[in-house]
Write a protein that binds this ligand. Sequence first.
Ligand SMILES: Nc1ncnc2c1ncn2[C@@H]1O[C@H](COP(=O)(O)OP(=O)(O)OP(=O)(O)O)[C@@H](O)[C@H]1O
Ligand SMILES: [Mg+2]
Length: 377
Amino acid sequence: MGSLSCRHIYKYYKGEQRASVKDFNLEVEDGEFIVLVGPSGCGKSTMLRMIAGLEEISEGDLYIENRYVNYVSPKNRDISMVFQNYALYPNLSVYENIALGLKLRKQAKHEIELKVNRTAKVLEISHLLEKLPGQLSGGQKQRVALGRAIVREPQVFLMDEPLSNLDAKLRAQTRAEIMKLHSQLKTTTIYVTHDQTEAMTMGSRIVIMKDGEIQQVAPPQQMYDQPCNLFVAGFIGSPQMNFIAGTITRREGEVCFETKRVRWALPSRHVEALNSAGQNLRQVVLGVRPEHIRIGGAAGQPFVGTAQGRIEMMEQMGADTYLFVDINERANIIVRTEAHSGLTVGDSIEVGFRMERVHLFDAEQGHNLVLQEAIRA
Ligand SMILES: Nc1ncnc2c1ncn2[C@@H]1O[C@H](COP(=O)(O)OP(=O)(O)OP(=O)(O)O)[C@@H](O)[C@H]1O
Ligand SMILES: [Mg+2]
């Protein structure tokens, strides 16, 4: 019903030398929920607007359900778009707002009534149909905007940061509603956000962009476990992955990661990957997630890299506590621990890095040197 094919798509805005979207390639299957994520200005909205037909495609081909649509007008693409600003008509009732698109298409009155009522039921806004937008809360307005998109039963939904005007609690709630809706309707959806939490929780696949270019396309867990480069590693995950710059050294039959202060032996998986990446590789960035560092000595255990440090700051999250530990590298490292560890700011501690879980990135190019198909815990 709603597959989508983006082939080598570029966007050059008028008068701009640089492409705002570069060589965007993506095959979306019918029913997928794709989250397009990346920092401000990376080209997410531009890409979405090209799919919608609101922006001309400079180069490349776009197919919706195997139909070439580069030159098809927005209203004939069989898509619905939901924006950040829900822009409801203030003097039309909720019912009329939702029904408008169908009226313009000259659908029969009883059919419109049936569809609007069904949509309102799904979104749990049946009791609001007679109200005016001004009488609704932000979350309710956003649901009406969703209703307006859903009622048209398009092949593809396009959503551009639809939750960013809502407060944190409503955002989480509406996020869950959109997911529920998707599991019912199974309409192919492209959802744009700059929020990595939304990306992790909503997408069947995440597409992460930077400077107009796709960095990686993967299901959320894979994106988290196997980031393809430093940018993805730093973007996905909160708190961020820790990075330590160092050197790969070979001594006494061991391959190690070394800085001025630490020397940690690497597991064979890493060594093999480094060998195939070439002997000349020396400068790397080691990346480790806050949950893969533990407090306390691990002397004698294989492949635990230890360092001495001092707790500079603590953030208590309720279930976990984040420790900001100074280990005399360029930046503090963040360690995720249980809430009731009994530690306080100023404590001197030993931290142990689970080396089998660390990533190694090329210091210059940034790519992950130790990508593998499956990482077991
Ligand atoms: N109409 C336009 N004319 C010229 N340049 C534009 C136009 N619209 C966007 N751009 C540029 O294209 C790039 C991508 O913009 P876009 O709006 O797609 O980013 P985005 O990823 O949606 O960012 P945000 O998260 O802030 O919404 C930016 O550098 C932006 O300045
Ligand atoms: Mg945008």
